[in-house]
Design a protein around this ligand. Sequence first.
Ligand SMILES: Nc1ncnc2c1ncn2[C@@H]1O[C@H](COP(=O)(O)OP(=O)(O)O)[C@@H](O)[C@H]1O
Ligand SMILES: [Mg+2]
Length: 300
Amino acid sequence: MGIINASDLVKVYSSNSLEVQALRGVSLSVEKKEFVSIMGPSGSGKSTLLNIIGAVDAPTAGVVEVNGQILNNLTEKEQDFYRLTTIGYVFQDLNLIPTLTAFENVQLPMIALGKSKYIRRKRAEDLLTLVGLADRFSHNPDQMSGGERQRVAIAAALANDPPIILADEPTGVLDTVNALQVIGYLRDTVEELEKTVIIVTHDPSMARKTDRIYQIQDGRIDSGYVPSDDDYVSSKSYDQFLRDRVNEIKENLVTIDARVADGKMDGPAYCNERQQLLNQLQVLEAELSRLGFIGKIKDR
Ligand SMILES: Nc1ncnc2c1ncn2[C@@H]1O[C@H](COP(=O)(O)OP(=O)(O)O)[C@@H](O)[C@H]1O
Ligand SMILES: [Mg+2]
């Protein structure tokens, strides 16, 4: 049994007469001190799975057990406590309150638990130092780079010393250098603080830094790959996953071209979005050519 055990999770969202099956029987077990990644196309159920593990959302069917607690059985009060003490959450962006400094942002989860000012300040100091931001205490989020903001978000996620960190596309808006740095700090939390970490990512070069990679597609999950495993790089599904993602990004590029032409998107937002998509495309194409160079993938 791992620290996280999900069995046969089903999640159905119904709105109006429409039903969406976000998860169709997902089982996943994660060991303590494991660093795992979940990859999959948009809409495949990645955030839904994290939200169920984080007790932000409840499954329609199936059982989740985390850190010895069956989440299905928690009262609302117990869920609140669980979210504050067992889970640290990091999102793609908007993790921080813009009007508060880094030092204050890290203290927020501790205020929610009623920790004393002395303990809060000491811990925020230690955590910001741990993520290499000892000289950024009094900076507001808009005075920091995207990578620095995500490191503050990691410090805040660690504030109440939860055993588990869930990170939903934590490097989604970062360039490769900053993304690798953020992944490195998440790795440190596993090695030095004995945390268990799950990240959702679209970027295979980030996923490869984790101990195990799961792919989710249409609400189903595979049994995971160890990134160093040759089966993984030569697997047909991984190859196909990369190609699907390339196509998805190319479609997004067409969509934003149309939106800017229709005046539904302004120039700066367009340039920003376009650059991000091009960066992602470059990473994926590099990964595909790396696989081609290895020569194990047949061109289809
Ligand atoms: N609150 C919701 N209400 C209705 N449908 C939802 C809701 N959240 C997610 N979905 C749908 O469930 C599916 C999985 O979503 P999500 O888990 O967010 O995917 P991912 O994170 O992989 O992009 C998608 O089809 C999405 O539109
Ligand atoms: Mg998502």
